[in-house]
Write a protein that binds this ligand. Sequence first.
Ligand code: AHG
Ligand code: MN
Ligand code: MN
Length: 335
Amino acid sequence: MAQRISLTRYLVEQQRIDGLIPAQLRLLLEVVARACKGISQAVNKGALGGVLGTAESENIQGEIQKKLDIIANEVLIEANEWGGHLAAMASEEMDGIYVVPNRYPQGEYLLLFDPLDGSSNIDVNVSIGTIFSVLKKPEGDRGVEAGDFLQAGHQQVAAGYCVYGPQTTLVLTVGDGVAMFTLDREQGSFVLTQENVRIPEDTKEFAINMSNMRHWDAPIKRYVDECLQGVEGPRGKDFNMRWIASMVADVHRILTRGGIFMYPWDKREPNKPGKLRLMYEANPMGWIVEQAGGAATNGKQRILDIEPTQLHERVSVILGSKNEVERVTGYHSTL
Ligand code: AHG
Ligand code: MN
Ligand code: MN
């Protein structure tokens, strides 16, 4: 049997390659993975663990929080605050940044996360996940502040997600391709199950919430309409559609067999650039997809080149198989 490589061993070996991962970043990634194991346990208990249902609170985006949104947020904070690897954290579920308490040493990294992605799927037992992004705190002796998080996605030093589905799978990039690890529950450790993940450049599968069709802009309407025309239309082939309503699960499918995922701007809330969050969802997923040979844009520019102006900034997202993303992005400049 082929030798099993644990996440710990993988990270140690990455650390040896020209300091690709400094020791503090390795620790950070191990701690995030451990937190994801804890969240996975809570997810698995479901009704038996009292984790289903809604909490009595809203987050800063005005969304009603689920119990598991709050539990996952707490697990990530408690796991990460004492290790000395972080200066501060930011989360979709917290209004402001969480500075590491001064009873603990402060590190040089900033951790951002969507603690529980796909909240509407928790109670119906469909795949959900955690998405995270790691930045470096800007140089200098002053304390950390919210503005330090406002870095473009190309500045990320690590990004990943963990999908809690039939299997619990952790997907990671530190800028050297994408690796996947599957949780071995008996051993309690993540085991490397795929390296050098590649997204096929072409696809016949698209993911979008079709119920919003009447609210879309012309380029998105054109693209989807051409897919729907199938073999008789301008694309000359039939397309399939999937929409899980958990970005982690949709992106995981795309990493596994290709596809395009879109959550574009729409007319429901014309003043918001989109639904998804740049710092917690689009940047980490955009980088993972690019590292696997795919592309990620907002229709006009590369997601990773957007200079953020707010922590909870929203963005249009088009990502996945390169040729399809380029096609949709091209439609934005010609329509
Ligand atoms: P979250 O649960 O973190 O708020 O994210 C949900 C996101 C994303 O995961 C998914 O693709 C999308 O919202 C689904 O939105 P619709 O319900 O509008 O389809
Ligand atoms: Mn989300
Ligand atoms: Mn969330």
